[in-house]
Design a protein around this ligand. Structure first.
Ligand code: PLP
Length: 222
């Protein structure tokens, strides 16, 4: 199947409140343009350098999502245009995003990444770290960023019970934060989880943003 068919099929399955981020990492401009010309606007990349290069070459109304690990010293490159930063995993990064947002007179939307998988390699806060480090007073001073919600990646496994548990854990953290640190902040309403292999499960468990690559663009060769 082609890219447009894959997109159409996916959009048919996804509830209206779920944003589909088409993960175009490693894929050429032509493929992105195919999706673009079919009306798709939300694309995700996991490397700053690739995201910048593509943003420069491709249409200006694409909404670019930074979905990978982001180093603080690279925020400045994204700040002028990025639509959403999914992987905020430190207070330092949060503060840098605030500073760069201020410089560019923008309010940068971002998500707090949580470590929900069993693997050691995935980035993100633990629940306790987030609760201990992110306070309402801290947030009140960050006028150039908006924490829109949470993001996480489940363990890479065939065991759907485990994946479901991890998604539920993330949802619980979201609910807890929404009732405490983010109480009264209506914009804290996004849950970014679910990829090609587990997006249906993710939607069942309350995801509002799925990040899907290979199911749209085909497998990646690194
Ligand atoms: C690559 C990637 C995806 C998409 O993965 P697929 O399995 O190809 O859908 C989603 N989220 C992140 C953070 C990624 O790096």
């Amino acid at each position: 199947m082609g890219i447009v068919e894959n997109l159409t099929e996916l959009k048919k399955q996804l509830p209206g409140h779920v944003t589909l981020v088409a993960v175009s990492k490693t894929k050429p401009d032509e493929m992105i343009l195919e999706a673009y010309h079919a009306g798709h606007r939300d694309f995700g990349e996991n490397k700053v350098q690739d995201l910048l290069a593509k943003q420069e070459r491709l249409p200006g109304d694409i909404r670019w999502h930074m979905i990978g690990h982001l180093q603080s010293n690279k925020v400045k490159y994204l700040a002028p245009f990025v639509h959403m930063i999914h992987g905020v995993d430190s207070l330092k990064l949060l503060n840098t995003i605030q500073r760069e947002g201020e410089k560019h007179n923008r309010i940068l939307d971002c998500l707090i990444q949580f470590h929900i998988a069993m693997e050691e390699t995935k980035f993100g806060f633990s629940r306790d770290e987030a609760v201990n480090l992110i306070h309402p007073e801290t947030l009140a001073e960050l006028h150039h960023l908006r924490v829109r919600g949470v993001m996480g990646m489940a363990t890479y496994t065939e065991n759907s019970d485990q994946i479901r548990e991890e998604f539920r854990f993330l949802k619980r953290i979201f609910e807890e934060l929404k009732a405490s640190v983010f109480a009264g902040r209506e914009y804290f309403d996004q849950l970014s989880f679910g990829m090609s292999g587990d997006y249906q499960l993710a939607v069942d468990e309350g995801s509002t943003m799925v990040r899907i690559g290979s199911l749209i663009f085909g497998p990646r060769n690194y």
